[in-house]
Ligand binder design. Structure first.
Ligand SMILES: [Zn+2]
Length: 444
């Protein structure tokens, strides 16, 4: 068994020297990157890894929906996988997704000639970011036969998803028929699946840590909440609830009450796995184009209409749903006390991963101790492809053991040209990944 930092920053940099040019928005990587889902730039990165893989004697396999698999050529019955994505949001960075692919590739390259109990596989998923076609994890969902057929009509940059898939040499028919490219037998033979990703938050950097061991993956529930009061003359209508059905005033009280509700939960459980965000107040461009009533508000009127977005995220769907119920009741009660009515439009509700595989987390802790990497356990605030694998079942109804490794990113920034992790930071994550992928994982 290896117990060393076998991946060097130079191993990581060697790939970035080339990858920093694909989809870069200027002459330097700090200008940002755009590699949309199913774009030429995304394909160019996949093609780069396919070439590199073949050069060192690894097997490459493009699935029917355009994902790339890189595998060791040995004949093992079971596989230890890693995976992530290489697409970016518009004007994003070159680490969200890509760091995990570079780390996975160098880990497999380092282990290729060493004795192992498993075959090793890197999955490079297409289109994880929802920025291009409005859906997250397109490639992974399609490969698992989970992508709704009507999503093929979603459009980006003047073409439908179906057209984009075809342009990149893949076949949208598999999605039309919801046919998976990964068989149940293949799922049954995955010994473990691991995704390395940048944290996209500031916890690791703030605590000067090398590694985050991810405990679970949060998913979100999103809604639009609109409030209807009464437009009245601001001078002629007396103050007070008897005369005014003031939407903006109700809204202000609602926001404070939601924060108070959250604080009361947090007081009872300081490490509660839940975050609550009001991202928009009357400020969604697309909605506003069709929402004339919003512009009936005026400086000389009591406000009669407002809306806001409401998002909850947690690894624990049950906790999230029960909190949401209470939050919606709070909104109703306060609105009613101002004579304002409430309409809730649910936008999305996805399922998180309450707990990633605990024995894998324990293995990662002990490898970190051996390698003298400072680490902590934390939940993933963002969605990742690995969540989809964690939600699959083997034929015997057991879960596929899934782990995630976080590495720090500068100031917690992602989805922007500021996104940055050093080659040293990625190399530490990759060394942990390589050590884990070489272990005997029979007892998971
Ligand atoms: Zn990502």
């Amino acid at each position: 068994m290896i117990t060393s930092s076998i991946i060097s920053p130079q191993d990581i940099q060697a790939h970035y020297n080339i990858l920093n040019r694909i989809g870069c928005l200027g002459d330097q990587p700090d200008k940002g990157f755009t590699r949309a889902a199913y774009s030429d730039e995304e394909t160019a990165v996949l093609a780069y890894f396919a070439t590199q893989a073949e050069l060192i004697g690894l097997h490459t396999d493009w699935d029917a929906v355009g994902n790339l698999c890189i595998e060791t050529k040995d004949k093992h019955e079971h596989w230890v996988e890693c995976g992530s994505h290489v697409d970016t949001v518009p004007a994003g960075g070159n680490f969200d997704g890509l760091a995990g692919i570079v780390a996975g590739f160098v880990a497999i390259a380092a282990l290729n000639q060493l004795p192992r109990a498993y075959g090793l596989r890197l999955r490079i998923w297409r289109g994880e970011e929802s920025a291009s076609f409005g859906i997250t994890s397109i490639g992974a969902s399609a490969a698992l036969g989970l992508l709704p057929a009507d999503s093929l009509n979603n459009r980006h940059a003047g073409r439908s998803l179906a057209e984009a898939i075809r342009e990149q040499g893949a076949d949208p028919k598999f999605i039309e028929q919801r046919q998976s490219t990964i068989s149940q037998c293949e799922l049954d033979h995955i010994a473990a699946h691991i995704e390395l990703h940048i944290e996209q938050g500031i916890v690791l950097e703030k605590e000067t840590l090398d590694i985050g061991i991810v405990s679970g993956i949060r998913a979100s529930s999103r809604s639009w909440i609109s409030l209807q009061g009464e437009f009245d003359h601001s001078g002629a209508t007396p103050m007070g609830k008897t005369y005014r059905r003031d939407t903006n005033l109700a809204l202000a009280h609602i926001l404070v009450a939601l924060d108070d509700l959250f604080s009361s939960y947090q007081k009872e459980n300081p490490s509660i796995d839940l975050v609550q965000t009001i991202g928009h107040i009357n400020s969604n461009k697309e909605k506003n184009e069709h929402d004339d009533e919003l512009y009936n508000n005026a400086i000389s009127k009591v406000s009669g209409y407002a809306y806001f977005s409401y998002e909850l995220r947690s690894c624990d769907d049950i906790l999230r749903n029960s909190y949401k119920k209470e939050a919606m009741q709070t909104v109703q009660n306060i609105a009613a006390s101002f004579g304002v009515t409430v309409e809730v439009e649910s936008v999305s509700n996805s399922s998180g991963v309450k707990a990633l595989n605990q024995p894998l987390q324990q293995r990662m802790r002990s490898i970190c101790e051996t390698l003298h990497y400072k680490h902590r356990t934390l939940a993933s605030g963002a969605w990742h492809d690995a969540a989809l694998i964690a939600q699959q079942k083997r034929s015997d109804q057991s879960n596929i053991p899934v782990a995630m490794i976080f590495i720090p990113c500068l100031k917690g920034k992602s989805h922007s040209p500021e996104e940055f992790s050093s080659y040293e930071q990625i190399a530490k994550g990759a060394s942990l990944l390589a050590n884990l992928m070489q272990q005997d994982l029979n007892d998971l």
